[in-house]
Design a binder for this molecule. Structure first.
Ligand code: ADP
Ligand code: MG
Length: 391
């Protein structure tokens, strides 16, 4: 197995996800799923593996929605998949095709609009109807990667109303077609889209029938296994495999993307693999201005996630304060330090609200005693450097 940070990896090279995948399949027997996770933690790898190795009776289809900019485009993508799938069953029903005829829409590929009326909703409904009427032995499951990206694109082009309508339509379809299944995932947190919709007056709970499942980092045993397979695959010299892989797994908190990066760099340096070399690489890359590990993303996305400049400033302050502490920080202590620095933060309520969002963003985590810490020590290390803080 070769180091391939960020590349698409073979399903058999996806390490340590078997239990999670089992849990997702089990859940899909009863309901649809939202996979939440930090960017680059391995969501796409998980769903691609599920697609390549489906459970008996399931027919997974993977669709990357990043480049979809309208509900029409989305409805057409779904329609095409359904048509392909129905092909397998010799096209049992074709209500969606009749829909196109009824509305004199010539063929898929054109805008789903006739006489100034948009038809994506009816068309999507008919497609799902066809799908669930087919009732073969196999169940089609949509894996919609970068779903929130699509929502964001639609928002930019058409505004909040279309986004709310699409979410409501999908929820209604899940209600009226109990066998219709989807797995939603993506690198923008859906909680941000929902918060923006709420601020815009949207009152629904479009995901409350779905189960959220978090894709966590690898546990330490699996992270060590990944490190070992990469070290062996790259034929690196490693005098003490146990110590070296433990150091890698521990220093990146089981984050597989950075494990690939570290092994790639060890190879580039033609370095013997030992814990000191690993630490030196981490120190180098968390300080490298050209940022080959894409860590500046953790700075840049704050402005997108928290468009209100006051919120963004408050978030940076909270992260600075947590990062400046070597260990976890209790809420009362956090509040005291924040207040001594500035008045922008305001009330305890506001701080708590931002802390909750920052947890959903995977910047921070809280312990049982309500003390707060960075979720990933590697990100904390980088944040400290980027913000010129000392621990
Ligand atoms: N389970 C895994 N085993 C091995 N490598 C992984 C695993 N998960 C992720 N990776 C590595 O991390 C990179 C990012 O994973 P990806 O699935 O694209 O993350 P996400 O979709 O969450 O952004 C992959 O290109 C691969 O190098
Ligand atoms: Mg992905």
């Amino acid at each position: 197995m070769k180091a391939n940070p960020g590349g698409s990896i073979d399903p058999q090279n996806v390490v340590g996800r078997d239990r999670l995948i089992e849990q997702i399949w089990n859940t899909l027997e009863g309901q649809s799923v939202i996979l939440t996770a930090e960017r680059r933690i391995g969501k796409t790898s998980v769903i691609k593996k599920m697609q390549a190795e489906p459970r008996a009776g399931s027919h997974p289809v993977f669709q990357d929605l990043e480049s979809v900019h309208s509900p029409e485009e989305f409805a057409l993508l779904v329609y095409e998949k359904v048509q392909n799938f129905l092909g397998l069953w010799k096209r049992v029903a074709n209500s969606a095709q009749r829909f196109l005829q009824e509305h004199r829409i010539e063929a898929a590929g054109v805008a789903l609009e006739a006489h100034g009326t948009r038809h994506w909703k009816g068309f999507l409904e008919r497609s799902i109807e066809d799908l669930t009427n087919a009732r073969g032995q196999q169940q089609l499951v949509f894996f919609w990667d970068e779903f929130p990206y699509m929502l964001d694109n639609i928002w930019q082009r058409e505004g909040a109303k279309s986004v709310g309508e699409l979410l409501d339509t999908l929820r209604a379809l899940r209600q009226s077609h109990p066998s219709f299944r989807m797995v939603l995932t993506g690198s923008i947190g859906l909680h941000h889209i929902l918060a923006r919709l709420k601020a815009d007056g949207y009152r629904n709970a479009p995901f409350n029938d779905m189960l959220k499942i978090e894709v966590p980092p690898l546990d330490l045993v699996d992270a060590q296994q990944l490190a070992q397979r990469l070290i062996e695959g790259e034929q690196l010299v490693c005098p003490d495999m146990g110590r070296a892989t433990a150091a890698i797994a521990f220093l990146v908190d089981g984050f597989p993307y950075y494990i690939h990066h570290i092994v790639r760099e060890l190879k580039n340096r033609r370095s013997v693999v030992d814990p000191d070399k690993v630490l030196a690489i981490i120190e180098h890359f968390t300080q490298d201005a050209s940022d080959p590990w894409n860590l500046t993303h953790y700075r840049d996305r704050i402005g997108d996630y928290y468009p209100n400049p006051e919120d963004a400033t408050a978030v940076r302050l909270i992260l600075d304060t947590v990062a400046s502490h070597a260990g976890p920080l209790e809420l009362s202590q956090l509040m005291a330090e924040l207040q001594s620095q500035t008045s922008v933060l305001g009330s305890r309520d506001r701080v708590l609200q931002l802390l909750r969002m920052l947890e959903l963003d995977h910047y921070i985590t809280h312990h049982g005693d309500r003390s707060y810490d960075f979720r990933f020590s590697l990100i904390e290390r980088w944040w400290r450097h980027d913000r010129d803080l000392s621990p």
